[in-house]
Design a protein around this ligand. Sequence first.
Ligand SMILES: [Zn+2]
Length: 90
Amino acid sequence: MRRLWKWRRRHDPLVCREFVELVTDYLEGALPADERARFEAHLAECDGCTAYLEDMRRLIGSLNQTPEPPPDPATREALLRAFRDLRESG
Ligand SMILES: [Zn+2]
């Protein structure tokens, strides 16, 4: 009982929701320092978000290992032009 109470007290659903929404920014280092510090303080107390962070890190890691390379700018430009021509002629 006491353990549960402690967990409930520490577990802040609002921060958890924010964390889930901003976890990619966090992993990319795109969060402002104060937000980052707040999340790190939350991570130290929240097992759920720690596990979520690990999952996301793995997921992003596997996404970065996709065999297909992203199109280079020239290819992208050519594609955009092709789409534009298609729309204008159609
Ligand atoms: Zn949390």
